[in-house]
Design a protein around this ligand. Structure first.
Ligand code: PHE
Ligand code: FE
Length: 275
């Protein structure tokens, strides 16, 4: 809370669009209300078009857990109301969505995850960003992340990640832990039906990347290896060159359960790998 102004200046400087969210009315924990009146009919129309286009690309590309949760949620006809989704999400995995103006400082983000609260951006992209957006908006956060929060193992993994983030800050391990988030929660693949399927939100919410990640030739698809993942740099504004494939979400949870303290120290002495 103390360095809020510094954080906001930093976000604004890094985005080509400046500071996009309204950070003026948030609480200590950076949450806001989802003011549903702010969604115009063109926002609703953009949501429907994004949803419909993405839905078409899911068969054979999205993992089973994502597809079944999405089908039950059925939020293709209008921008979802966080409150309504929360009743169902809490009943399923004890997670809750919290509306936020946009990107959050690391400690705030980890703190929410540790409490099984998932921050979801309230604003939606501009029509010109239909195919690709660099920073997370409502469509990425909702369509990409929320269905996976209904999976009990991903739900537990993400909470463990939040707790691990608070610890990594103290140990100087944030760079490595960020790579783990990137290559699992955002760009993870899982082996399913004799092929690979996406469970990472950055893939699932992107029309170009879902085809690239699952179908394209010349893309590296490596078996998930914790140390390897933590050594590997990533691209924030282009399709990934490497993806890591888990056998199951149980494997992901188990391989990341041990204490990372020594691992962070060991990683300092290992080379960083290009994607
Ligand atoms: N095991 C990790 C640690 O000791 C915590 C963690 C779990 C981090 C799951 C990420 C994902 O820091
Ligand atoms: Fe995301």
């Amino acid at each position: 809370p103390g360095d809020r102004a510094g954080f906001l200046a930093d976000v604004a400087a890094r985005s080509a669009h400046g500071l996009r969210g309204d950070y003026s009315r948030m609480g200590e924990d950076y949450t806001v209300e989802q003011d549903y009146r702010l969604y115009s009919s063109s926002h609703q129309d953009l949501w429907r078009r994004l949803h419909a286009r993405q839905l078409e690309l899911l068969p054979g590309r999205a993992c089973a857990a994502f597809r079944s949760a999405l089908a039950r949620l059925d939020f293709g006809s209008a921008i979802p109301r966080f409150d309504a989704v929360n009743e169902r999400l809490h009943a399923a995995t004890r997670w809750r969505l919290v509306p936020v103006p946009g990107l959050l400082p690391d400690d705030v983000f980890f703190g929410h995850l540790a409490k099984r609260q998932f921050p979801v951006t309230v604003w939606i992209r501009e029509p010109e960003e239909f195919d690709y957006i660099v920073e997370p908006d409502l469509f990425h956060d909702f369509f990409g992340h929320v269905p996976m929060l209904f999976d009990p193992q991903i739900a537990d993994y993400l909470q463990a990640y939040g707790l691990g983030g608070l610890k990594a800050r103290r140990l100087g391990g944030l760079k490595y832990l960020a790579r783990l988030y990137w290559y699992t929660i955002e760009f993870g693949l899982i082996a399913e039906d004799g092929g690979v399927r996406a469970y990472g939100a950055g893939i699932l919410s992107s029309p170009g990347e879902i085809r690239h990640a699952v179908d394209a030739e010349g893309v590296h698809r490596e078996r998930f290896d914790l140390i390897r993942v933590m050594q590997t740099k990533y691209l924030i504004d282009d399709f990934q060159k490497v993806y890591f494939v888990v056998d199951s979400f149980g494997q992901l949870f188990e391989e990341t359960a041990p204490d990372f303290s020594l691992l962070y120290r060991a990683l300092e002495r290992l080379p960083e790998l290009d994607p």
